[in-house]
Design a protein around this ligand. Structure first.
Ligand SMILES: *Cc1c(COP(=O)(O)O)cnc(C)c1O
Length: 351
C-alpha cells in the first residue's frame, strides 16, 4: 500500500450519507489539522482503566486555541465571503468564543464587537478583569455589557441593534448568533473534527466531550454518524440540565445535516447527555470537578479549566472508573485555559 493510500480519507461506510457539501463552505483556517493526540497512562493506572486518549484541541497556535477555533473558521468564512469588516459576538464574561473571535478579527483586519452577558453571579476583579477579559482588551475588541445571562434571544436581539448602529456608520457587520433559530454553521467545525478522528484511526470505543451550546457535541456526533461510524459520544452538560440539553441536541443534529445537504444520520437514541457534573450550575465548581483538575494536573501535567473541561473530564473519570476496563476512551480537550486566571480563587480552594 502506498503512503497516499494509508493517508486517504476514511471512506464512509456503505449506506452512510457522507459529509455532503461540508467542504464547499467558505472557511478561514489558522491551524493545521489534526490536533495532537496524547495518551494518559498514569491516569489509566490510577483508575484501573483501559487506554485514555486526549485530542488536544487546546493546542493550536491562535490565541490559546480551543473548540471555538473550529467553529469560527466557518463563521469567519461566511463573514469574509459577504465582505464584512466587523464581527459581533456574545458570550459569558469569560467567554473563550469571544476571545477567539477577537483574535480571528485581528488576524483578518476586521473589527470585533463583544457583548458580555452576566451569566455567572460574580463581580470580583479577577472575574471581571483578568483571564479572557484582559485578552479581549489586548486583541483590540470593543466591549458591551448585557445584564442577563439566560436570555439567548435577547442577547442576539441586542447584537442586531449594535449591528444596525454600525451599518448606519458605514460598516458591514456580521453577527455570530448565540440562540437557536440560526443555521449552526460553527458546528460544521466538529463534523470536520469527526473526519479527523476517523482519519487518525484512534479506535475509540467511546468519546467524551463538553456539551454547552451543543455545537461541538452535535457537530461531532453528526459527522461521525454521517460517515457511518457508531462510536457513542457522551456529552457532559456544562450549561443546562439533560432534560433541556437533549432536545436541543436532537434539533441541532437535524440542522447540521440540513446544512450539509444530507438526510439526518443521527437517531434520537444516539444523543447521550449526562448532567451529573453540572451542579451548582454554569461556571461553578463541584467536588468531582475539583478532583478532575487535580488528577489531570498532578498525574499528567494536563491543565483543565473550571467552567468546561474540568466538568467533562469529571465525566470521563467517572466512566473510566465505573465502566468496562478494556475500553479505549477518547476525551476532547476543548481548551478554555485563559479562564483559569479569572477563577484562580475557586481553583486554589479546590486543591
Ligand atoms: C464553549 C466551550 C465549550 C462548549 O462547547 P459548545 O460547542 O458550546 O457546546 C467547551 N469547552 C470550552 C473550553 C469552551 O470554550
Amino acid at each position: 500500500m502506498s503512503k497516499t493510500d494509508t493517508l486517504a480519507r476514511p471512506d464512509r461506510a456503505p449506506g452512510a450519507p457522507g459529509l455532503g457539501c461540508l467542504d464547499d463552505f467558505p472557511r478561514v483556517r489558522f491551524f493545521d489539522a489534526p490536533t495532537p493526540v496524547e495518551r494518559l497512562t498514569r491516569l489509566e493506572a490510577a483508575l484501573g482503566a483501559g487506554p485514555i486518549l486526549v485530542k488536544r484541541d487546546d493546542c493550536q497556535p491562535l490565541a490559546f486555541g480551543g473548540n471555538k477555533t473550529r467553529q469560527l473558521e466557518f463563521y469567519f468564512g461566511a463573514a469574509q465571503a459577504q465582505g464584512s469588516d466587523a464581527v459581533l459576538i456574545t458570550g459569558a464574561t469569560q467567554s473563550n468564543y469571544c476571545r477567539l473571535a477577537a483574535a480571528f478579527a485581528a488576524k483578518l483586519g476586521m473589527d470585533c464587537h463583544i457583548q458580555l452577558e452576566a451569566r455567572v453571579p460574580r463581580s470580583d476583579p479577577a472575574y471581571k478583569r483578568s483571564g479572557n477579559v484582559l485578552l479581549f482588551e489586548m486583541l483590540g475588541a470593543t466591549l458591551y455589557d448585557y445584564p442577563h445571562g439566560e436570555d439567548e434571544a435577547g442577547a442576539d436581539a441586542r447584537l442586531e441593534e449594535i449591528a444596525d448602529d454600525l451599518r448606519r456608520n458605514g460598516k458591514t457587520p456580521y453577527v455570530v448568533h448565540l440562540g437557536p433559530g440560526h443555521p449552526p454553521l460553527g458546528a460544521l467545525g466538529y463534523a470536520v473534527a469527526a473526519r479527523e478522528i476517523l482519519e487518525d484511526g484512534l479506535g475509540a470505543d467511546e468519546i467524551v466531550v463538553s456539551s454547552g451550546s451543543g455545537a461541538t457535541h452535535a457537530g461531532l456526533l453528526t459527522g461521525l454518524r454521517a460517515l457511518g461510524d457508531r462510536t457513542p459520544v457522551h456529552g457532559i452538560c456544562v450549561r443546562r440540565d439533560a432534560e433541556r440539553q437533549r432536545p436541543r441536541l436532537i434539533e441541532r443534529c437535524g440542522e447540521i445535516a440540513d446544512l450539509m445537504g444530507i438526510p439526518n444520520p443521527v437517531r434520537p437514541e444516539d444523543v447521550i447527555v449526562d448532567d451529573r457534573f453540572l451542579a451548582p450550575g454554569y461556571g461553578r465548581m463541584n467536588p468531582p470537578t475539583a478532583e478532575a483538575i487535580q488528577l489531570a494536573a498532578r498525574l499528567e501535567g494536563l491543565l483543565l479549566d473550571p467552567v468546561y473541561t474540568a466538568k467533562s473530564f469529571a465525566g470521563l473519570v467517572d466512566r473510566a472508573r465505573t465502566g468496562p476496563g478494556d475500553k479505549t476512551r477518547l476525551y476532547i480537550h476543548t481548551g478554555g485555559l485563559p479562564a483559569l486566571f479569572a477563577y484562580a480563587d475557586d481553583v486554589r480552594e479546590a486543591l
